[in-house]
Ligand binder design. Sequence first.
Ligand code: HEM
Length: 398
Amino acid sequence: MSDPIVTDFSHHSAEFALRPFETLADMRAEAPVAWSTAHDGFWVVTDHQHIIDGLADYGRFSSSFGPAIPANPFGTRHIPVGVDPPLHSTYRRVLNTWFSKAEVTRREPEIATLVTEIVTGLAKSGSWDFVSDLADVSPGAVTLGILGWDRSRREELLEVMARGLRNQASTDPSIIEQNAAGNRWIREQIILEAEDRRAHPRADLMTVLATEPIVDGEPMSDEEVSDTVVFLLLAGFHTTSGALTALLVQMALEPALHERLDADRDLIPAAIDEVIRIYTPVTAVARRVTEDTHLGEVSMRTGDWALFVNMAANHDPAAFPDPERIDLDRDRSKSVAFGWGVHRCMGLHLARLVLRLEVEAVLDLLPGHRIDLDRTVRSDHVGVGFFYQVVPAVLPGR
Ligand code: HEM
């Protein structure tokens, strides 16, 4: 074991957001497992092998203290991501049914109708923002649909969550209080919905979470229902939105890619997965060390935090040669964009379906649209995820 390389790297810094790929490549070259003094100290892991080793080993690297550094304002006990096996699989069994490939495929016609309506509206208006007018609309509406919530609530929920995530690392007491108030408000809304389902059960996921025996023959408590629904909202809204705008911007930067996808729609799923690999909408996930151990060349102590930078794994040339190049034919089986191990994304079939339908609708209904690349705005805090904030576009001739 050797003395660790010490850095002050913060995944929440504006400096990192400006040059994420270069920063991670430099860190990996210097020390794939380093100690950062930011956010009270944590290990930062940037090479593919150590990231998958750590994420696969939930015994040594637990997510039960929350999957983020610092904890996001919506709590640390997110279900199922903040629960280790064996309890984790009890929750996953119940949730999996609602997000399985078969169930998601069954919902395809309804999701396609929703997406077509939205994109037809964009075509009529002639100019729009791909973030607020499409990317942020469909995934949230679909997740709320599965839960059985009124889709019109998407905007207010999205606003509170977006603000909380944006300000996650803030130390300003008034922002911390604003985040706490946002968390209280979301949880109150969830409990009201749960009470409604207990009184009036329906055929939706919210009813299952509020009424069915799940652990030891007991229905979930209000707190458990909140911990689950908060996470489904967080997981389903932003990630898919970030992936869509990254892909649309990439198509604008590379017209040959746009033309290729337009000519051969069967390539769209590979393009989605390749862009998700490169931009990795969930930049990094955190775990807590449960026993004195080592990873690579460094010794870790019980209670230490470790940040596994999924984006860095996806740019490790040892796993993905020429990592920044879009290559639809490459082997992506080692991509950690959807996570690795027991907590691998439960919503990946849904995300892939929503994204495919969105890209198909954009190609079909907005032919010749132009994204104004000079006016796109990328988030200056990619620690939570790689997102665009604004992607303006027009349909010339409208
Ligand atoms: C492109 C879109 C998406 C990306 C890139 C993504 C990425 C991820 C990643 C990296 C993880 C692992 C987190 C960890 O290990 O700490 C994860 C877990 C999860 N995701 Fe996704 N996600 C996406 C969309 C969705 C959607 C649409 C939903 C559902 C509404 C969803 C639900 C979940 C759930 C429930 C987990 C936790 C699984 C578990 O702990 O067993 N995700 N996702």
